[in-house]
Design a protein around this ligand. Structure first.
Ligand code: ADP
Ligand code: MG
Length: 674
């Protein structure tokens, strides 16, 4: 017996016990080696005309024997001589494939796709096998040899004679694994099943470029005998058939024109276990220092767990058509966590077990490019297929808003253009760009109202007041909306027709356009404002002055009302935003926290410590109710002022969808009045 070198022994031990976290990848490694061996023979045939291979016959075979408890992976590739068995399998971390790649760097081109590189994959067989035999015959040699090892001390190499049943008459290699005994912590018998092997081939080696075949058992109806009577019952029989298990051609390596939409949809549904066609399919083929292909999908529906904590984002990562990671999270930003797809690169640096990636820089470069691609795709969908986009936004828009909020607005340039909100004036979903483009002359802000019910928002006096001014209001009904708006603060609309300060400039510009110049455009940054926030800046200076004076004149009344409300409001004042026939009063807020945000926070996990909005009771001085208040104050009826203040405050809260703090007291007040 030849002994493994000491360092090899240590490595082997490490390999089997700690490099791999997942026992089942042994099959991936052996199938990859078989594919490499076939690739090498194929390349030889391309460069050496004396080498003849029948391409149609090139294949990998996986077989199992339940009684003998063996699994065999064979190929009709280039094979190994006794020397090569010694060199490639006797020395751990020696990769004949890596050497081959280097030696054939020029000739290789697109024709081959060698997977091996670390010289350790083979030994993963010892995670499941107590003994591995490799029977190999090199191309162009008539010798056949057997390498055998228990993966502990060493190995033997001996010739296989022509009368040995294991003798190979054709070049190629068979790797025979005698499985370990079942133990409490591991059931090795599970690999002795057609179903399990098929599943593993499909999962890890589905896109290996040569057929991976298995003799499978099927059942069929026996032919009906000619003399069968009326009471004939159909009989069934089992038969075996060689079946190709993998689908081979990686669909992501093909150009879009070679693949039909149905094929993409089929691939998407079977790979990502969805039953609905993807809303969008797009691909990316990067060339240069880091080459990779990506095939990406925007699902047609949100997966049921998308918004749960357990949801794992990520793209499937392949290296040379072999699956490395099922969910590579680093390839997707959180706000695009719904995107599904595959990325394949022969260039990414993998660690020795191929289970993790080493170069985060490569990964970051890929992730950036992928993110851009997704954004571009969504923009094109928004501009060219609005109906589909609205559906998309219904499914995934929340995540985009959350992306802006959780990045403290840093992602706003990337994402704000993708958002849609309900326009109270247009009665449909609009983008912020569309909102700004349709703004009235003199309008200074994008106005929104936040709350959970669109109908209720539309009827809020503050909303009606802004609409009455001729300004549109966005009705934002998701709890993340206002947090998103606050993180954004403003929105920059791009490429709007330029507005001119003075007439001379405008006339000059108009003349230029008449003479054939392109009309000038400009970007416009507009603040986002909640209609219930204190300083809406809607009123004219005159109106403001008037309200201020009225507030001053009624100081005594307002102080009494504030006292009556016992700290629930910061201030009572005359409103500038309510029309004479409008509501008698509204609650607004000062500072960054709105009533709606207060509500969302109060429903959240930190409800107890949730901050409160600074409330202001704005009174409509033109409303008849105000006269009653003043009369009560003048009559010195403190009880009545208190009653009215409470009623006015609580009904204004109700209109905004907030329950009075003390509903019973409110009900009593109403009754008292009646
Ligand atoms: P790697 O594939 O990363 O090179 P492995 O440990 O999987 O490392 O295999 C070691 C080497 O053994 C390979 O590089 C190759 O030269 C050789 N080898 C393994 N399996 C086969 C096979 N089925 N046919 C021919 N050569 C093989
Ligand atoms: Mg290998």
């Amino acid at each position: 017996m030849r002994k493994f070198k000491t360092e090899s022994k240590k490595l082997l031990d490490l390999m089997i016990n700690s490099i791999y976290t997942n026992r089942e990848i042994f099959l991936r490694e052996l199938v990859s080696n078989a594919s490499d061996a076939i690739d090498k023979l194929y390349l030889k045939s391309l460069t050496d005309s004396s080498v003849q291979v029948d391409q149609a016959n090139l294949a990998i075979n996986v077989a199992f024997d339940k009684d003998a408890r063996t699994i065999t992976v064979s190929d009709n590739g280039i094979g190994m001589t006794a020397d090569e068995l010694e060199k490639n399998l006797g020395t751990i971390a020696h990769s004949g494939s890596e050497e081959f790649k280097a030696a054939n760097a020029e000739a290789q081109g697109d024709a081959v796709d060698i997977i091996g590189r670390f010289g350790v994959g083979f030994y993963s067989a010892f995670m499941v096998a107590r003994e591995v035999s490799v029977i190999s015959r090199a191309y162009g040699s008539d010798e056949c040899n057997r390498w055998t090892s228990d993966g502990v001390e060493g190995y033997t190499i001996e010739p296989v004679s022509a009368d040995d049943p294991a003798y190979r008459s054709e070049p190629g290699t068979s790797v025979i694994m005698a499985l370990k005994e079942n133990a409490e912590e591991a059931n090795y018998d599970e690999f002795l099943s057609e179903w399990k092997l098929r599943e593993l081939i499909r999962r890890y080696s589905n896109y290996v470029r040569y057929p991976v075949q298995m003799l499978v058992t099927k059942s069929r109806e026996k032919e009906k005998p000619a003399d069968a009577g009326d009471d004939y019952k159909p009989e069934w029989e089992d038969y075996t058939e060689l079946e190709t298990i993998n689908s081979m051609t990686p669909i992501w390596k093909k150009r879009g024109s070679e693949v039909t939409d149905e094929e993409y949809a089929e691939f998407y549904k079977s790979t990502f276990h969805d039953w609905v066609d993807p809303a969008r399919t797009f691909s990316l083929h990067a060339e240069g220092t880091l080459e990779y292909d990506a095939l990406l999908f925007i699902p047609g529906q949100a997966s049921f767990d998308l918004y749960s904590r357990d949801y794992e984002k990520g793209l499937e990562l392949y290296s040379s058509n072999v699956l490395i990671m099922e969910k590579c999270a680093d390839l997707l930003p959180d706000y695009y966590n719904f995107v599904r797809g595959v990325v394949d690169s022969a260039d990414v640096s993998l660690n020795i077990s191929r289970e993790t990636l080493q170069q985060t820089r490569q990964l970051q470069a890929m992730a950036r490019r992928i993110e851009k691609k997704i954004t571009g795709e969504l923009e094109s969908m928004r501009d060219n297929d609005r109906e589909a986009y609205e559906k998309f936004f219904e499914n995934f828009g929340r995540g985009l808003k959350y992306g802006i909020y959780s990045s403290y607005g840093m992602k706003k340039d990337e994402l704000a253009g993708l958002l849609l909100f309900w326009s109270a004036r247009e009665q449909k979903m609009v983008t912020l760009q569309e909102y700004v483009a349709a703004m009235a002359d003199g309008q200074k802000a994008i106005y929104y109202a936040a709350g959970d019910d669109r109908e209720r928002l539309a009827k809020m006096p503050v909303v009606e007041a802004v609409l009455a001014k001729g300004y549109d209001v966005l009705l934002a009904t998701q709890d993340v909306d206002e947090f998103c708006f606050q993180a954004m603060r403003d929105f920059t609309a791009k490429g709007l027709p330029k507005t001119y300060e003075d007439d001379a400039a405008r006339e000059a510009a108009e003349k230029a356009v008449a003479d054939g110049a392109e009309p000038e455009v400009e970007d416009r940054t507009v603040e986002l404002k909640n209609v219930t926030s204190g300083d809406l800046d809607l009123a004219s200076d005159e109106e403001k002055k008037e309200a201020e004076e009225a507030t001053k004149a009624n100081e005594g009344l307002f102080d009494a009302m504030k006292d009556a409300l016992e700290g629930q409001v910061e201030k009572v004042a005359v409103s500038t935003r309510l029309a004479a026939d409008g509501a008698p009063a509204v609650i607004t807020s000062e500072g960054p926290l709105s009533l709606e945000m207060e509500k969302v926070l109060a429903a959240g996990p930190e409800a107890g410590e949730a901050p409160k909005a600074v409330r202001v009771l704005e009174v409509n001085a033109k409303h008849p109710v105000f006269e009653k208040l003043r009369a009560a104050q003048e009559a010195g009826d403190a009880e009545k002022v208190k009653l009215y203040a409470g009623l006015l405050y609580n009904q204004a809260l109700l209109v905004e969808g907030i329950l009075p703090e003390d509903p019973v007291a409110f009900a009593t007040q109403v009754c008292e009045l009646m």
